[in-house]
Design a protein around this ligand. Structure first.
Ligand code: DLL
Length: 442
């Protein structure tokens, strides 16, 4: 018997479907999905061009014959050109705001919302949620899928929810303490802010009621997990999803925490080389491509997520049969090319967290003043390490520069800044400013 951190409870027996049954189910669902997508002009045209239709889907190998879908395709059919059901069946709209331009909308039928809640309930239960818990949700409630997604998942489990929403960190702390919340739900960067303010207010981990946390919505590192767990005295779980595919609920960690189980009875996953579009072997990083098999309002075929991660098909002691994805290393569109080297912001974060005394708050600025790229990493210091002694600061800076070189393979200029000077985020953190883009150099 495997030793678990806590009881390994499974919400839905479908999470344990034997692989052969799972694959047979996926083929049936893919066929139904392709049939429904005949209602979407973009897909109807692509099916006609590729000479493919539902009847021709016989095995998962046939997936290759179906078109990839990109964010640009969704944008081109703004606002709701990918609807596969009549508008009267839509009961909710969400969307991703993106950094530029208009949001991408996604629509849900009543059945889609039932499915979504079930998928979120699965990973919440896998990561410790029980009906007796009080869940504090500090995600944005709005077009962003985080708040509503986790809300209805936790409600389905039967837990009590405090829909605090994001922002007003002082109030979050009052609510968490007064209501003795057991579980925190938000982005990892916001959790870090809450932790920091709690510390400033004199809370030690044993005084914080939280036992578990479910973080997602943005990339984070293993070191960041340890940091938040240490500061708040809780167990933190990672969950992943994206609005185009459904929102949170695509995958999440179980009690073993060795990757996020993809809910493969509803999502087909591929991992490809973003340049050649060929599949990469298991264990190698590649871009995740997801197909939402069972959504009604807006099923999506082979969506290019831009998220880079590894897949691990080895069996998990928890008994769930869904393949696991590792942490998202970065997004292929967030990847910085610095003097020809590929660097993800998460590598810089990993380097910083290796150095004692730095806070996990940083900003990466990239520029090309002459012919060569230059990277400056502004790093905030912890109050106890902030010093007037030039020599101490110099040693610390060199140490960070060395770690960045080891982890990310680039030379960066590190600027140490005083505690509490860098911007804090209540949702997804923004860690990179690329002046080369503003100058039209890339
Ligand atoms: O962020 C959905 C979500 C909300 C997932 C809350 C989990 C919890 P979008 O706003 O469409 O949807 O952004 C999706 O966020 O493509 C990833 O780049 C990133 N992302 C989401 N979860 C994770 C995670 C939601 N656990 C984009 N690790 C995705 C790393 C994540 N990146």
């Amino acid at each position: 018997m495997a030793e678990f951190l806590f009881e390994n409870r499974i919400w839905d027996p479908a999470e344990k479907l034997p692989r052969n049954e799972l694959q047979a189910l996926q083929v049936r669902r893919l066929r139904d999905c392709v049939a429904r997508l005949e209602n979407v002009p973009f897909y109807r045209k692509a099916f006609a061009q590729g000479n493919v239709n539902a009847d021709r889907i016989r095995s998962l190998d046939d997936l290759k014959r179906l078109p990839l879908t990109t964010k640009a395709d969704l944008r081109e059919h703004y606002p709701l050109g990918f609807l596969a059901t009549p508008r009267s069946e839509i009961v909710r709209i969400h969307g991703s705001t993106g950094t530029t331009g208009k949001p991408t909308f996604v629509a849900y039928t009543r059945d889609d919302l039932v499915l979504w809640a079930n998928l979120c309930a699965r990973f919440l239960v896998a990561g410790g949620l029980r009906p007796e818990h009080m869940v504090h949700i500090a995600f944005g409630y709005g077009l962003f899928t985080g708040g509503f997604g986790l809300h209805y998942g936790a409600e389905l489990v039967g837990a009590a929810i405090v829909p605090a929403a994001a922002g007003n960190t002082e109030r979050q702390i009052v609510l968490i303490n007064d209501l003795q919340a057991d579980v925190l739900v938000c982005t990892p960067s916001y959790a870090l802010n809450i932790a920091e303010m709690m510390r400033a207010q004199g809370y030690t981990p044993d005084k914080i009621p939280l036992k578990f946390a479910h973080f997602g919505g943005e990339p984070w590192t293993e070191d960041m997990r340890l940091e938040i767990e240490r500061q708040m005295g809780l167990l933190a779980f990672n969950n992943y999803g994206l609005s185009e595919v459904i929102g949170p609920g695509v995958s999440g960690e179980c009690v073993v925490r060795n990757g996020m189980h993809i809910q493969e009875d509803h999502f087909l996953v591929e991992c490809i080389d973003p340049d050649t579009l060929e599949p990469v072997p298991y264990g190698e990083p590649g871009e995740l491509v997801l197909t939402a098999l069972t959504k009604q309002a807006m099923p999506i075929l082979r969506y290019r997520t831009r998220d880079i991660a590894r897949l691990d098909p080895t069996p998990c002691p928890c008994g769930r049969t869904g393949i696991r994805m590792g942490r998202v290393i970065g997004r292929s569109d967030d990847m910085l090319i610095i003097r020809g080297a590929n660097v993800f912001p998460s590598q810089i974060e990993e380097a910083l967290l290796r150095v004692e005394g730095t806070a996990p708050h940083y900003l990466i600025e990239v520029d090309r003043p002459g012919t060569l790229d230059e990277v400056t990493v502004r790093v905030e210091l912890r109050p106890e390490r902030f010093s007037d002694k030039m020599s101490q600061m110099h040693v610390l800076r060199e140490d960070i520069e060395r770690q960045i070189h080891i982890v990310a393979g680039i030379r960066a200029n590190v600027e140490l800044v005083a505690p509490q000077t860098l911007e804090r985020f209540i949702g997804k953190a923004k860690r990179v400013v690329d002046h080369r883009k503003e100058k039209g150099l890339i």
